[in-house]
Each structure stands twice: as structure tokens, then as C-alpha cells.
Ligand binder design. Sequence first.
Ligand code: NDP
Ligand code: 8X3
Length: 254
Amino acid sequence: KIIRYMKTALITGATSGIGRSTAFELAKHQINLILCGRRQERLDQLKSELETVVKVHTLCFDVREKESVFKNISELPKEFESIDILINNAGNAHGLDPVQTGDTEDWDAMLDINVKGLLYVSKAIIPKMIAKKSGHIINIGSIAGKEVYPNGNVYCASKHAVDAINKGMLIDLNVHGIRVGAIHPGLVETEFSNVRFKGDDTRADGVYKGFDPLRPEDIADIIAFVVTRPYHMNISDLVVLPTAQANSVIVNKN
Ligand code: NDP
Ligand code: 8X3
């Protein structure tokens, strides 16, 4: 009798966009899911859709709230305690302004969520991965973590930090047999721009007009590919752009 060991993945930012698509994609690979976000009703909906396929547990917390992050992850039910895959995806841009007029609350949000939140979640999970000498961490960076574009200042800083943290994790966790890698997407049509422009949906839609952007499923597909590679193989750094995008400024629109 073959007993198949089913892995468990924790995905932050599972309520929308890339994280949500990743939940569906990993479920296709029979990976059990711990889905995180701040919108409970979306988490409930996802659970009811996915639990016919895999085991699903939801955690509703803000990655900025350090104590809540550690409490939620330390109190996971026994069957979800052992996390094999961590997808550090939660994050957003807030605003698109020159540095001299940038809103300090936007700066706090981006640095607290995209950088410190990612660190808190990672610190809550890594010791358990070290104890079992295995694990796989995927950090969702951005083309904004490789380049800086006009008015992108602090968002780009937050994603450059993710790039550096990814490289640092790779070095520090190497000796423990834990795989670490970042995926850096270009323009993906999600709720990202609706959040960046604070609910100005017309402006948000305009970001993706005139060219064929990436869909969240495209990134989810890559994540599933990365986490299903054999153990001797670690995809450590990957930039993925729509064909129409050459860099964070040049997009071939018609
Ligand atoms: P979405 O806005 O569609 O999704 C963002 C997710 O992050 C949501 O599930 C949201 O859940 C969660 N989130 C945001 N803030 C918090 C918080 N404080 N605490 C917990 N969860 C939070 O955007 P994307 O899917 O596009 O973004 C996912 C990742 O991909 C981000 O890190 C983004 O920077 C990155 N990225 C996106 C690109 C794009 O063009 N779309 C390109 C490159 C990178 P909830 O609101 O329920 O908490
Ligand atoms: C999201 C991509 O170029 O809109 O990280 O900042 S971009």
C-alpha cells in the first residue's frame, strides 16, 4: 500500500489576486492549505470552495500585528501544525507619488506590510522548518524590487527589501536544508491597482489597458511549478513579465 504524504502550504494574502489563484493551483496538486488574509468572508468562501479537494484551514489576521501573527500561527490545529511550504505573498502598493509629497501613512503601510509583515510570518514558521530540516519558502517580490520607477520610491524600496530578505534567507537557511526563492512579477491584473489608487477603479483599470497583462493564474502556475520540483532543485530568483513589458517603465501599448 502506498501512503502518499500530503504537504501543507500557508499562503498569506490568499483572499485576492495571486494568493487566491495560488490556493486553487496548489489544491490541484493535492497540497493542503492554510489560507490567510484580513477578509473573513472571503476566507470562508475559499474554504467552502476548496475543502472538497484538500484540507483547508483559514487564519484571519493583519500581518502588521506582530502578536496576532505569532498567536495565530502558534495555535494552528495539530493537523495543520507542520508547514512544508510558505508563500509570502501578502502585500500591496499604497499611493504613487513623488517622494516630496508622499503620504507617510502610505509609507508606513508598505514598509509594515510588505517588509515587516513578511518577516513576522517567516519568523513564526521558520523554527519549525528548521526542527524538521525541511521546508520551502517562496517570497513574492516584484519587478519593483529589481528596478525603481518614477513615483514608485517607497513601494520599490519595500520590494528591494523583499529581494534582499530572500537572498538573506537563502544564505541563512541553506545549512538547514530549507529551500528559498523569490518570484518577481511585472504587471499582473489583480486588485493591486485598486488598492494603490484607494478605490479609484477607473484609474486602476487604466493601468492594464492597451496591452495584455499577466493574470494571477500565470504566477500561481509558476509557484506550483517551483514547489513541485524535486528536492535537489531550488529556483531561487525569477523575474516574470508580460510580453508587452520590457521593464518597469517601458510597456508596449496600442
Ligand atoms: P491583491 O490586492 O489582489 O492581493 C493582495 C493580498 O494581500 C490580499 O489577499 C490582501 O488580503 C493581502 N493583504 C494586504 N494587506 C494585508 C495585511 N495588512 N495583512 C494581511 N494580508 C494583507 O494584489 P496582488 O495579488 O497583485 O498582490 C500579491 C503580491 O504580489 C503583493 O506582494 C504584490 O506586491 C505582489 N506583486 C503584484 C504585482 C501586480 O502587478 N499585481 C506585480 C508584482 C508583485 P486582505 O485585504 O484580505 O488582507
Ligand atoms: C507591482 C508591479 O510595476 O505596478 O509590483 O509596481 S508595479
